[in-house]
Design a binder for this molecule. Sequence first.
Ligand code: ATR
Length: 489
Amino acid sequence: MALTRIGLAGLAVMGQNLALNIADKGFPISVYNRTTSKVDETVARAKAEGDLPLYGFHDPKSFVQSIQKPRVIIMLVKAGAAVDQTIETLSGHLEEGDCIIDGGNEWYENTERREKAMAARGLLYLGMGVSGGEEGARRGPSMMPGGSFEAYKNIEDILLKVAAQVPDSGPCVTYIGKGGSGNFVKMVHNGIEYGDMQLIAEAYDVLRSVGKLSNAELHQVFSEWNKGELLSFLVEITADIFGIKDDKGDGYLVDKVLDKTGMKGTGKWTVQQAADLSVAAPTIAASLDARFLSGLKEERVESAKVFSSAGLAGTLSGAGGHPPVVDKEKLVDDVRQALYASKICSYAQGMNLIRAKSLEKGWDLKLGELARIWKGGCIIRAIFLDRIKQAYDRNPELSSLLVDPEFAKEIVDRQAAWRRVITLAVNAGVGTPGMSASLAYFDTYRRESLPANLVQAQRDYFGAHTYERTDMPGAFHTEWFKIAKQSHL
Ligand code: ATR
């Protein structure tokens, strides 16, 4: 057998589909998995899906030796210890100049540690975020490779073909930057994804709980939204979900799905990183909190009883105890605008987080390029990302997406509707933590003066932390307590 162009180790859902995609694009590929049944399964699929040039190996040595030099092996195993173990298994058979690419959702510092350890052995390493789920991996994902540029160059031709292709903006892959930048960017992408999903869920909640829209109407509304500025994979699948009937009983399936959200950790890491970098990311944090609260299903069931017996008659009373009266058509249009404006704020937070990390690490990340490679293949793909790319094209140094003239205008145009939706939700007792966080973020960021003067005065009062003045330079301290006492306040 002739040597193959590339190898892939780890044949769970993502690995198997990415391997088939690579083979489908005409690159002969060797595959390996710890549990050998998955190797045979993948080989069988390759045969069934068009006799693709994919070759299975049951032992790591013959797997590695079947790949042409310098060897490149993509690894798609569980993040953490499994990655270290797989590197150990493979690297014994690798030679100088060979490269391993971790395609999993790995913590970026683990990638940096491994890159150093590999370099000491003359081996190259990349940490590559891959987004798109099963279908994306098979047909064309968005890929975020970071680490050794030399390694990237060795497989650039493959990545450019395997990635999702977007007309007018090219393949959804680019060299992200050094070190763990590929993993970091993928992590924030996932945090943004949490935000998008939460905002969509809140739009749904307001429409169903306050607007009383049926699933059939929701299907119509989201399908319609998917033709305009909200056109995106997540809005599209949301429309589909509202149209699907329960196959095990009456009604729609979405109503039978338990309201308890799972997670794997990248959203939590995003919020932790935001805190570490002192970057406000309230919409993303709200979406994480919403997942935590969703997990307290049993407590919420009990809490609903407590508040019902304490006098809260249902959650949908208006301020005067009456259900709010809504004009459905107007509500739908308002919610669409609220969703869009909230989304701008969420992306502004995510992009600012990436920029802060890039500055800290000297990665020199190109935010517009990131928006470009997220336009296709990945879960957050949306027409909206084109606008973000344009904003950074207009001004690569943009301090926030909110102050890009186009986005600023879009927000201003939508703010009345945005405020109406949140007011309505508040009065109806329907929490909209993501939309509310976005609006508060906007209302805080756009104001020249904040009540932080009072907080700083309090800090100086009890802790002599000093304060700056608005009218003269320097650090000041006042004996607030003494003065208050003397003045008999
Ligand atoms: P999914 O894509 O389904 O979410 P995952 O849980 O992220 O998958 O990754 C599972 C993959 O990691 C499998 O290929 C698994 O190998 P097995 O099929 O042998 O279980 C691989 N994996 C997990 N732990 C591993 C380890 N310690 N060494 C090698 N491979 C491991």
